[in-house]
Design a protein around this ligand. Structure first.
Ligand code: SF4
Length: 382
């Protein structure tokens, strides 16, 4: 099935509208992380080693809905942390749907069966279940046995209740093409709506830095996978064909970080979902106050190996809208899996990495302490 037609048409019309208005930078997908707390501690995740005071922070329903209005992106992805730990997530989802957004909740599914009665199926809503491959691959990736089986069970329950269910898969350097292809075949048998697939990216704070893929290995791995599935056409990807083509080394793309702006408990994250180099208080401040040219492959050391969908899917969608014949070729013939690859962006002029994580954590802790002190003041005065 892949991307539902109404979503593809609506997002396409939105992109054309932005072009006609002459907007150089505009958002496509709002990545909203209403909390960082998670009930897993995956080796490849950089989000869960914050101090407790930060892990206890939540974005309120009002702030979440206000962020959607500020940003205006047609698609809202609710991630985290584990979003199902957020007690008000059902209200956030309902509010987003009322605004006409296409809504995805990314979850590890451990709580899905327990909480699914709080949600209603809707044509613009889907669950995206985290599954980094088959049982062996996924349980290793999330560092806990039994998680794969629970996720599969949750997929079946959600489907039986009439929800659209996708999966999202991150591949690391130990991924084997045959194993991934078999896993995708199995997922297809479950009649899921689509698969979002991406190479892992070296989050600065991820505990396991050794298993991320570099660009050359990424492209070869995806070529090998797609070769086993009719150039990728054998599986229902919930992604643009040109993004898959990029993963297989057939497109030279620069990222579009403003295409997937990210709102976390820290504020609007600069420059993207993957890098927290600074935070803006408003979406306008993020868009107008970020020096976008400082980021991206070839511009910044931390961006050198990034090929993640949150950075490049928007580039692929915009390319497809401007040059529809390119997407038609991929749809007809599948992703090219042999021959020379597209030229790579040179890295010789990239600026060195800056390490800013600790400063942001200190600033946030100071802000929380101030807010706590303010909240206690009237009590002290009594
Ligand atoms: S390449 Fe782009 S999307 Fe990837 S980390 Fe850098 S700024 Fe973010």
């Amino acid at each position: 099935m892949g991307i539902p037609l109404n979503q593809a048409l609506s997002v396409g019309a939105y992109v054309i509208g932005q072009h006609l208005r002459g907007r150089k930078r505009y958002p496509l997908v709002l990545m909203l992380e209403p909390l960082f707390r998670c009930n897993l501690a995956c080796a490849g995740c950089g989000k869960i080693d914050y101090p407790d005071k930060i892990l206890n922070q939540r974005i309120s329903v009002a702030d979440a809905l206000h962020s959607m209005d500020e940003c205006g992106a047609p698609v809202v992805v609710l991630a985290g942390g584990e979003p199902l730990l957020h007690k008000e997530l059902p209200e956030i989802v309902e509010g987003a749907l009322k605004k006409g957004k296409f809504v995805t909740v990314c979850t590890n599914a451990l709580l899905l069966e327990k909480k699914i009665h709080l949600y209603k199926p809707h044509k613009n809503f889907n669950w995206s279940i985290h599954l980094d491959g088959d049982k062996e691959m996924h349980d290793r990736s999330v560092c806990q046995k039994g998680v794969y089986d629970r996720a599969i069970e949750a997929i079946k329950v959600a489907k039986a209740k009439g929800f659209r269910v996708n999966i999202n898969t991150t591949l690391f350097s130990d991924a084997k093409a045959e194993q991934v292809a078999k896993f995708l075949d199995e997922m297809k048998k479950l009649d899921i709506g689509g698969v979002t697939i991406s190479p892992g990216y070296a989050y600065e704070r991820a505990p396991d830095q050794q298993h991320f893929l570099n660009r050359t290995k990424t492209k070869q791995l995806f070529r090998d996978i797609f070769k086993l599935g009719k150039g990728g056409r054998a599986w229902p990807f919930f992604q643009s064909g040109l993004f898959l083509d990029f993963l297989a080394g057939n497109q030279t793309y620069q990222c579009t970080p403003w295409g997937n702006p990210t709102r976390t408990v820290f504020g609007w994250q600069r420059p993207c979902y993957l890098l927290g180099e600074g935070y803006a208080k408003t979406f306008k401040e993020l868009m107008e106050g970020t020096d976008w040219d400082k980021y991206g492959t070839g511009n910044y050391e931390k961006c050198a190996d990034c090929m993640v969908h949150s950075g490049f899917e928007a580039t692929a969608v915009m390319d497809a809208v401007k040059k529809p014949w390119k997407i038609a070729a991929v749809a007809l013939r599948g992703v090219k899996t042999d021959g020379p690859m597209a030229p790579e962006i040179a890295l010789d002029k990239q600026r060195p990495a800056e390490f800013v994580f600790s400063r942001h954590v200190e600033n946030k802790l100071a802000e929380i302490s101030e807010a706590e002190a303010r909240a206690q003041k009237p009590v002290a005065a009594e």
